[in-house]
Write a new protein. Structure first.
Ligand SMILES: Cc1cc2nc3c(=O)[nH]c(=O)nc-3n(C[C@H](O)[C@H](O)[C@H](O)COP(=O)(O)OP(=O)(O)OC[C@H]3O[C@@H](n4cnc5c(N)ncnc54)[C@H](O)[C@@H]3O)c2cc1C
Length: 389
């Protein structure tokens, strides 16, 4: 049987793309191949679910503005007779603390964010101390704060998109794509481990950190590596209500989760590359992360590491940003990968963008600067701070 579109990988990107395709044209035949319907290793369900407008690149800011809008009405928009999503949006605000070295980039970011209509402010140390007394402000020069930033439940978003896409007619098949079939500059389909070949002129690779291996045999060398990131679940004496998500100048972050529980992590250059899901041990937390946390949040002197998990960032080593759209020179091969740790919040805009490209519509949000041509031309499109979260 032939289809109009085959999507490889039914995580948040694949499911958002299926949903957007079918909302625009319900007559399409869209099949999503997902090898694990429990999503045990999908980055989407292993993510922190943080959404922020505090980026330094116009595209990333606009993508997140769209996410905040969509997630605000997601529970209603994605409800089906079989499934009622509950994304549990919390706008606790993200506070990026700055030291002397990071201040200029933070101020530059605020200027751009404000120009694009974001409600974001620079807080000086005294303002931070008044507003968030749990923070120690001696080692910082201020911080950038946006109240609209916050967290949602990423699994609920994935399930919401998936169920709505199915209601609109998407077919989900639990199988693994072992090879993409293409040649002479165009796609012809995908080979399944259990089910033979699916013939189709349009193949969307939304296979997350695994995309790079899937696409390589077609002669596409993406600058994307799978990097393991560990998140620690920490219980503390600090009540989370009223606390923002705190991002330290070093890159350590602490996200208030529930009651006195925080999610804490630090992405480091030495994090393992490969498909490993064994979280780093508690020693790493104690030796590396805890002293840094304690310096800025002294109430973290008393805590319990309850558990930890690890997931994969698809790190784009060229510039830390997504690679989106039809790959130059291969008609019908569409990609969305390389999100480098901020992809969850990009799913609404990316799914819409890919669907518009596939359907030949003018994109609502022009994301062409994030296309594959910049990879081929070796022309990075960086965030100002160059930091991956
Ligand atoms: C610890 C951690 C914290 C994060 N925190 C945030 C955050 O706070 N905010 C944010 O915006 N982003 C965050 N991210 C990043 C975010 O999770 C990802 O960018 C996003 O979820 C990517 O979605 P995806 O659908 O591309 O990939 P995935 O969710 O990984 O989905 C890919 C799917 O493809 C399937 N697949 C792979 N290969 C094949 C194949 N050959 N055949 C069939 N199926 C296949 C997989 O089973 C998987 O389900 C975080 C990531 C991690 C690991």
């Amino acid at each position: 049987m032939s289809h109009d579109v085959v999507i490889v990988g039914g995580g948040v990107m694949g499911s958002s793309t299926a949903y957007h395709l079918l909302s625009a044209d319900p007559s399409l035949s869209v099949v999503v191949i997902e090898r694990d319907d429990t999503y045990t290793r999908a980055s989407t369900v292993l993510s922190d679910g943080n959404v922020r407008i505090q980026f330094g690149l116009e595209e990333n800011i606009r993508i997140s503005q769209h996410a905040i809008e969509v997630l605000g009405r997601f529970d209603d928009d994605m409800a089906t007779p079989r499934f009622q999503p509950a994304v549990a949006a919390r706008h606790q605000g993200n506070l990026f603390l700055a030291d002397e070295a990071s201040k200029a980039a933070a101020l530059e970011g605020i200027e751009l964010q404000k120009r694009l209509g974001c409600d974001v402010a620079w807080l000086n140390p005294a303002e931070i101390a008044t507003r968030f007394p749990a923070l120690r402000t001696e080692d910082i020069v201020g911080g950038s704060f946006a109240q609209a930033d916050g967290s949602v439940d990423p699994s609920a978003v994935l399930r919401g998109y998936r169920n709505k896409a199915v209601e609109l007619g998407a077919e989900y098949v639990e199988d693994e794509v072992t090879a993409l079939i293409g040649g002479r500059g165009r796609m012809r389909g995908a080979r399944l481990r259990r089910g033979g070949d699916l013939m189709c002129p349009i193949v969307v690779s939304t296979a997350g950190a695994w995309s790079v291996d899937l696409i390589r045999p077609l002669g596409v060398a993406l600058p994307v590596i799978p990097v393991m990131r560990t998140v620690y679940v920490v219980s503390t004496t600090i009540p989370t209500p009223g606390m923002p998500s705190v991002f330290l100048p070093s890159g350590v972050y602490a996200l208030p989760e529930s009651d006195r529980t925080w999610l804490v992590a630090w992405s480091r250059d030495e994090d393992p590359v490969g498909y490993d899901f064994t979280p780093a041990g508690r020693q790493r937390f104690t030796d590396l992360i805890w002293p840094e946390l304690y310096r800025h949040l002294p109430a973290f002197d008393s805590l319990e590491v309850e558990s930890a998990w690890a997931g994969l960032y698809a790190v784009n080593t060229l510039d830390g940003n997504a690679i989106l759209g039809e790959w130059p020179g291969i008609r019908g091969l569409y990609l969305a990968t390389g999100f480098s740790g901020h992809g969850f919040q990009q799913a609404p805009a990316v799914g819409r963008y890919l669907s518009e490209l596939i359907l030949g519509l003018d994109p609502t949000l022009d994301l062409s600067r994030l296309g594959g041509q910049r990879v081929l031309d070796n022309e990075p499109v960086h965030e100002h701070a160059g930091r991956l979260i």
